[in-house]
Design a binder for this molecule. Structure first.
Ligand SMILES: [Fe+2]
Length: 302
């Protein structure tokens, strides 16, 4: 093997017992996915944005978040935070329709909201449904939070998959896989090694203040200021938190399945069942994407 163990006598059997644990790894859209569960490893889910070829991909690695991963995930089933935390905060800063996200979309009055538990063969999750009023009324069939740690969200001109990976109970590593659909629907030849990766070091300024001029830093502020592990015995849940309760129930059910020796939802081992997981975006979301695209082109031309 060519490996040696210093200070062990020649021929010692100890070298054969000292093993580093290794995990199977698969690569998709430029990201390595390790599987840490009982073998054999299941198939990687085939999310639409990871298998489509009519667009261009990029990756963003966010600064490490100093909070438990579940705080980020619970936020993804909160349909109303987008109004105050994003829309209103950007409006206060005079930034509502600047930037690539376009906060104006989220600053319309939310007249009502609903939640839908999605249980499909290849995935489960929760969709938050919003009914907007104002001058652009819309029923937004929301993008789903996907069990256990994923969010699919339209962001400006991109469809973005967010993975919230727990480094431990108090730190979370967040990776985005971004997919920008070609305007004319044409296929893009892009090898994994050509997918650009953007590392964002920190949104915190050297003077200790926090840059709150965009969605992800506003979210980070909201998740981290709950404390590393939010003390849920002190929380006061309202009607708009129904999605959070549904998410916890889903999580608890899946933990119980695993404890009973069963597989959690979304584990697929048969390739013939590993269908592409498709998502529905509302007409308003699509129109918003086009609006942001036009704005970006316009500012580039000026
Ligand atoms: Fe948010």
């Amino acid at each position: 093997m060519g490996l040696k163990q210093p200070f062990e006598p020649p021929g010692s059997p100890l070298i054969h017992e000292a093993c580093q644990t290794a995990y199977p790894v698969q690569q998709m859209v430029g990201i390595l996915f390790a599987y840490l569960g009982p073998k054999p490893a299941p198939l990687l889910p085939r999310y639409e944005t990871m298998v489509r070829r009519d667009g261009r991909r990029s990756i963003k690695v966010l600064p490490i978040h100093n909070n438990n991963w579940l705080q980020a995930q619970e936020n993804s089933v909160d349909p109303v935070h987008t109004y105050y935390l994003h829309g209103h905060m950007l409006a206060q800063q005079g930034l509502l329709d600047s930037g690539s996200h376009g906060g104006g979309y989220f600053y319309r009055p939310i007249q009502k909201y609903d939640f839908e538990l999605c249980e499909e063969p290849a995935w489960a999750g929760i969709r938050k449904i919003r009914f907007y009023g104002g001058d652009k009324p819309e029923k937004e069939v929301g993008h789903p939070a996907i069990f256990p740690n994923i969010l699919l969200a339209p962001q400006g001109t991109e469809l973005t998959l967010h993975w919230r990976v727990p480094l431990d109970d108090e730190y979370t590593y967040i990776i985005w896989s971004e997919f920008t659909v070609s305007e004319d629907g044409s296929e893009v030849e892009q090898r994994d090694e050509d997918i650009p990766v953007g590392y964002i070091e920190s949104w915190k300024r050297s003077d200790g203040s926090v840059d709150l001029t965009g969605f992800p830093m506003q979210d980070q502020m909201a998740w981290e200021t709950q404390g590393k592990i939010f003390d849920r015995s002190r929380e006061l849940l309202g009607v708009s938190d129904r999605g959070v309760v549904m998410w916890r129930k889903l999580l608890k059910e899946q933990i119980e399945r695993v404890q009973a020796g069963l597989e959690p939802v979304g584990v697929v081992r048969d390739a013939s069942l590993n269908e592409v997981i498709r998502f529905t975006l509302s007409a308003g979301q699509r129109a918003h994407t086009e609006e942001v695209r036009r704005r970006i082109e316009q500012s580039a031309a000026e």
